[in-house]
Design a protein around this ligand. Structure first.
Ligand code: NAP
Ligand code: ZN
Ligand code: ZN
Length: 347
């Protein structure tokens, strides 16, 4: 066991504080990563505040992790000391169910092991990336291409893959008309990736305050959802809508924007249900779908796609002492567009 510096939530209601956590010894198939940068995902906030259900405290979150490999176990073949490594939202799965065998470990039928707040296969509770080191099985470690700016790459491990996966699965590309709801961490990556795939992208944001940014990110159109006229004007127009909103929205209003055979994919994860009228789906033969992160193979494909297209997240680098303030800003939709913790400030 190794004791390392970390930031952790003592309870659902207290601010995160500096502390130490334990990392397991490096096993034969394990990789030790010295973490350099960790992104702040809205899921971290939902989790530490108990919004998705009870969790064990103290809890260290963070599942957008990049760092340098500093030690490898005797049987490791995929990673070497000195490599740039990434870890996303999961660190293990059963590896034998149909979904794992299909490379969709996020849908492991026995449940994937989350990077934090999960009971790992060895019985310990996983702790996330707001820390200086992590030990992960090599099969759940990604290679971060050298051409990606390292201090910006971490958010790809969750925000990047969570938006790439549905855009890829529902075939966003030339000729498709894609809307992205919510311009935060996930939303801004959805815009960049959909644009790079060749789709025509529209942002649906609460206000027009980020319109200039949206266009720079690759959106051709930008509308405020606080304006009723938006929903009338855009009725029946999108092939694919990616909803990234962290709060409950009137999902029927967005479904009515889908064209014939269009699909609304929900990736935002509010704790409340999102009720749907049957008639809204029947009209235009619409589909309402969900999508969870992405498999390991697809995550590597996304990293390589972003490197090839020169795409990286828009980030604001903060010290660990600024995590609690960053949480408040995320909750106010005041994020441009992902906070990344400089883990050197935890040393
Ligand atoms: P974020 O940075 O906070 O972005 C969410 C955006 O939603 C905000 O920037 C805001 O955009 C919009 N929004 C927030 N509150 C709203 C409200 N009350 N009404 C309408 N719009 C609102 O969060 P994130 O990190 O991108 O995560 C978004 C959601 O996805 C979270 O629920 C997170 O847990 C979930 N998530 C899911 C997966 C998955 O696998 N499916 C993976 C990661 C995250 P505007 O200012 O542009 O309106
Ligand atoms: Zn996340
Ligand atoms: Zn499985």
């Amino acid at each position: 066991m190794k004791t390392v510096n970390a930031y952790a939530a003592p309870s659902a209601t207290e601010p995160l504080v500096r502390t130490t956590i334990e990392r397991r010894d490096v096993g034969a198939k394990d990789v030790l990563i010295e973490i350099r940068y960790a992104g702040i995902c809205h899921s971290d906030i939902h989790t530490v505040r108990g919004e998705w259900g009870p969790v064990a405290y103290p809890l260290t979150v963070g599942h957008e992790i990049v760092g340098i490999v500093t030690e490898v176990g005797s049987e490791v073949t995929k990673h070497a000391v000195g490599d740039r490594a990434g870890v996303g939202c999961m660190v293990n799965s059963c590896r034998e169910c149909a979904n794992c065998l299909a490379g969709e470990e996020q849908y492991c039928l026995a449940g994937n092991t989350g990077t934090y707040a999960a009971v790992d296969r060895d019985g310990t509770v996983t702790q996330g990336g707001y820390s200086t080191h992590v030990v992960v099985d090599e099969d759940f470690v990604l290679r971060v291409p050298e051409s990606l700016p390292f201090e910006k790459a971490a958010p790809l491990l969750c925000a990047g893959i969570t938006t790439y996966s549905p855009l890829h699965h529902w075939k966003a590309g030339p000729g498709s008309n894609v809307a992205v709801v919510g311009l935060g961490g996930l939303g801004h990556m959805a815009v960049k990736i959909a644009h790079a795939m060749g789709a025509e992208v529209t942002v649906l944001s609460q206000t027009l305050s980020k319109q200039e940014d949206g266009r720079k990110l690759g959106a051709a159109h930008y509308y405020a959802t606080s304006d009723e006229a938006t929903f009338e004007k855009l009725a029946n127009s999108f092939d694919l809508i990616i909803n990234t909103v962290s709060a409950k929205v009137d999902i029927g209003a967005y479904l009515s924007l889908l064209t014939l055979d269009g699909t609304l994919v929900n990736v935002g994860a509010p704790p409340e249900p999102l009720p749907v009228q049957a008639f809204t789906l029947m009209n235009n033969r619409r589909s309402f779908a969900g999508s969870s992160i992405g498999g390991i193979r697809e995550t590597q494909e996304m990293l390589d796609f972003c490197a090839e297209h020169g795409i990286s997240p828009e980030t604001e680098l903060i010290a660990a002492t600024e995590i609690n303030d960053a949480y408040e800003r995320v909750l106010k939709s005041d994020v441009r567009y992902r906070f990344v913790i400089d883990i050197a400030t935890l040393a």
